[in-house]
Design a protein around this ligand. Sequence first.
Ligand code: TYM
Length: 344
Amino acid sequence: MAFLERVFSGVQPTGNLHLGNYLGAIKRFVELQDRYDCIYCVVDLHAITVWQDPAELPHAIREVAAAFIACGIDPKRHIVFNQSQVAEHAELAWVFNCVARLGWLNRMTQFKEKAGKDRENASVGLYAYPTLMAADILVYRATHVPVGEDQKQHLELARDIAQKFNNDFGRSIRERGYGEAFFPLPEPLITGEATRVMSLRDGNAKMSKSDASDYSRINLTDDADSIAQKIRRAKTDPEPLPSEEKGLERRPEADNLVGIYAALAGTTRAAVLGEFGNAQFSTFKSALTDLAVAKLGPIGAEMQRLVRDPVAIDAVLADGAARAQKLAAETMKAVKDIVGFVRS
Ligand code: TYM
C-alpha cells in the first residue's frame, strides 16, 4: 500500500544547539521543504527523560523553535510545534510500549551511553525513549525521517515496531478496512557530508550538547569571535591536507574539519580537497572560519532576535500544535479501533 509521503523529525530542547545539530539535521530539514509536507517537533517529552530545570526548559523549547525558523523552516507551509502540546504522542507511545520487546530496547546503545554505569538510577523514560520516538513519527504516519547518524538504531527500532504492529493486528487492520498495513515503515534520511560531526577537541568523539568543554563544539548562538577561536584551537595533526579523500583515512580531525567545510559550502569532501589539497591547516582553518561565520552568523543573530519575543514564538507553536493534533487524533482514533478499545 502506498502511504502519503511525509517528513517528521525532532530536536531535543536540552540547550547548546550546535553545528552537528545544524549540519546533521536542521539544515537538511530546510532542504526537504520543497519536496515534502514536513512536521518538525521540539521534543520536550524526550528532554525530561533526564533532569531539566523547569526554570530553564521554556527558554530551551523556544530556542529550538527559533533555530528552526532562523535556519529557514517556514512554519506556515509546514508544521512546527512542541511535543507536549499533542497528547497523542504519549498515548501512542503506550501502545508501542506493549508492542516493542524488552530485548529490542536492551540493545539500544544510546540508553547504555546515557545511563552509564549507574543504570539502576536512570529514569524509566530514558529506557522507553525509543518507543516514544517511534510514536512521534508514526502518529503522523510519516514516511521519511531526516536525522544524524546517531539516530539510526532508533529509526530501525521504529521500523520494527511499525512492522510488528502491522503483523500483530493484521487481521483487525484488514477487517476494519484500513488496508493491508496501517503504519508505513519510516525511512531514515541520513545523507550528506556531515551526518556525524565530531568534537573539535577529539576527532573520535561526537560533537555533543553535553560535552563539558565548550571548545568541543560550535554553538548556533556563538558570535564571530568565539567561532574563530574555537576553529583556531581545533585539534589537528602535523601533516598538510591531502589532495584526495583517501588521504583522510586515519586522520579523524582532518576528516571532520573537511567534512564541516563541505557541508557548510554545500559541496563534497573531494571538491574541498581539490581546492585545499597540500594546504597547511592554518590556511584551511582561516578559510573555514570565514565560511562558518558567513553561514552561522546570520542564523545566530536571527535566533537571538526571535527569542526576544517569546509571545510570537508561542503563537507559532500553538498554531503548529493545533494542526499537528488534528492529524494525530485521526491516527489515534484508528489505532484504538484496530486494538479493540471501546469508545463512547
Ligand atoms: P537530538 O536533539 O540529540 O539531536 C537533533 C538532531 O541532530 C542530530 N545530531 C547530529 N548530527 C550530526 N553530528 C552530530 N554530532 C550530531 N549531534 C546530533 C541528531 O541525529 C538529530 O537528528 N532522538 C532525537 C530526537 C527525536 C526524533 C524523534 C528525531 C525525538 N523524536 C523522531 C527524529 C524523529 C534526538 O535525540 O535528537
